[in-house]
Design a protein around this ligand. Structure first.
Ligand code: SF4
Length: 363
C-alpha cells in the first residue's frame, strides 16, 4: 500500500490521543507489517567536536552562551574516530553517528577531515551518519561521495513551538538542509525532542512536518529532554513514560517504514517502559554511556535488556546497500568555499536570555 503523505495535524493528534491500548495495538500491528519486531538497530553517537556552539538551542548544554559543566573539545583526529568506531563495532553497533557542535558546515580543513572520517568508517563496513549542522547541496554531495549512509538534522519540534526554543536559525533552513541531503543518495535522519514545554498539538505538528516529507525520513529519533543545569530548560519536568510511548506509537503509525529511534532520555526510563516503546514501534537505539554530552545506559546493560526481551541487533546495510566511498584524490567535487546565507531570526526568547544572563554572572 502506498504511504500516506498528506497527514494533517488534527489526524495525527487524534491518533496521539487514542485510548492507550488501541494506540498500542495499532502501532504494534503496523510495526509487524513493515519490520521484524525482534530486531533493533544499534547506533553509537560520537561527539567529534564538543561545545562552544554559537547557536542558542534552549535544550543544549553545548551552546557557548549558557553556563554548563561540559568540557569542550576541538575536532577529533581521524585515527581517534576510527579507534572509537572499531570499539562500537565490537560492541554490536552497526552505525556510527558523528556529531559536531557547529551551526553549519564550513568548507576547509576540518570538513576535509570529517570526509576522511566518513571514508574510514565506511571501510569498516559500518553505516556512517553525520550531524554537523546546516549543509549546502555541494557539501551534501561531497559527504555522499565519501560514503556517508545517513545525515541527521532534527526539526526539534513543531514549526510553531520552534520559535520558543531557538532564535539563531530558522525552521525553513532546517528543511532546506534536509532537501539538500535528499538530492543525494544519503538517507535522512530527522526527529525531535519532547518535554520542552510543548503541547501535544506541537508534538503532532512536528510529526506532520516529518510525515509529509516525500519520501519520509528513513530514520526518526524521538528524544525525551534531559534537562541540564545551566540551560534554559534546566527546570523542565521529566517526560512521563506514557507520553514517550504515545509519541513512539504515533510516529510508527504515520511513518510505517521509518526506523524510529528511542534516543535521549533512556536513563530515566525503566526497562519495562523501554520494552513498551519497542512494542509500540521503536526499532533503533543509541548505545554507549554518553549521548554527545548527556548520560545514556551502558552498552552491556542494553545487551542484557536485548537478551531478556529476545531482541537482536540489526546488521548493517539491511535497509539499503553500502554506499561506495570515493577516495579524496578521485573526488569529482571541489570545495566551493560557499558562504550561504542561513537565516538568523533573532527574536527574543525570555528563558534563553535569562540563562545567558545567569551564565554571565557566574563567570
Ligand atoms: S543543538 Fe547543535 S546547533 Fe544547537 S546549540 Fe547544541 S550543538 Fe549547537
Amino acid at each position: 500500500m502506498a504511504l500516506k503523505h498528506d497527514w494533517t495535524k488534527e489526524e495525527i493528534l487524534d491518533i496521539y490521543n487514542k485510548p492507550f491500548m488501541d494506540l498500542l495495538y495499532e502501532a504494534a500491528s503496523i510495526h509487524r507489517e513493515h519490520h521484524d519486531p525482534n530486531t533493533v538497530q544499534v547506533s553509537t553517537l560520537l561527539s567529534i567536536k564538543t561545545g562552544g556552539c554559537p547557536e542558542d538551542c534552549g535544550y543544549c548544554p553545548q551552546a557557548a552562551r549558557y553556563h554548563t559543566d561540559i568540557e569542550g573539545n576541538d575536532l577529533m583526529s581521524v585515527n581517534q574516530v576510527k579507534a572509537q568506531a572499531l570499539r562500537a563495532k565490537a560492541s554490536g553497533s552497526s552505525r556510527v553517528c558523528m556529531g559536531a557542535a557547529w551551526r553549519n558546515v564550513k568548507d576547509g580543513e576540518e570538513f576535509d577531515n570529517v570526509l576522511e572520517m566518513v571514508r574510514s568508517i565506511n571501510k569498516l563496513d559500518m553505516e556512517v551518519c553525520c550531524t554537523l549542522g546546516m549543509l549546502t547541496e555541494n557539501q551534501a554531495a561531497r559527504l555522499a561521495e565519501a560514503g556517508l549512509y545517513a545525515y541527521n538534522h532534527n526539526l526539534d519540534t513543531s514549526e510553531d513551538y520552534y520559535k520558543e526554543v531557538i532564535s539563531t536559525r530558522g525552521f525553513d533552513d532546517r528543511v532546506a538542509t534536509i532537501d539538500n541531503v535528499r538530492k543525494t543518495n544519503v538517507t535522512v535522519c530527522s526527529g525531535g525532542i519532547i518535554g520542552m514545554g510543548e503541547s501535544p498539538a506541537d508534538r503532532a505538528g512536528m510529526l506532520v512536518a516529518l510525515a509529509t516529507l516525500n519520501p519520509q525520513p528513513e530514520s526518526v529519533p524521538i528524544n525525551a529532554l534531559v534537562p541540564v543545569e545551566g540551560t534554559p530548560m534546566e527546570e523542565q519536568e521529566p517526560v512521563p513514560i506514557w507520553d514517550m510511548i504515545r509519541m513512539v506509537a504515533t510516529t510508527r503509525i504515520v511513518m510505517p517504514e521509518t526506523q524510529v529511534r528511542l534516543s535521549a532520555g533512556r536513563t530515566q526510563m525503566s526497562r519495562e517502559g523501554q520494552a513498551m516503546c519497542f512494542f509500540a514501534g521503536a526499532n533503533s537505539i543509541f548505545a554507549g554511556d554518553k549521548l554527545l554530552t548527556t548520560p545514556n545506559p551502558d552498552v552491556n546493560e542494553d545487551m542484557e535488556m536485548f537478551k531478556m526481551l529476545g531482541l537482536n541487533p540489526q546488521k548493517p546495510f539491511v535497509k539499503k546497500s553500502q554506499p561506495e566511498s570515493v577516495a579524496a584524490e578521485n573526488s569529482q567535487f571541489q570545495s566551493q568555499n560557499e558562504k550561504p546565507k542561513w537565516s538568523r531570526p533573532g527574536h527574543k526568547i525570555e528563558r534563553n536570555l535569562e540563562a545567558q544572563q545567569k551564565a554571565k554572572t557566574k563567570v
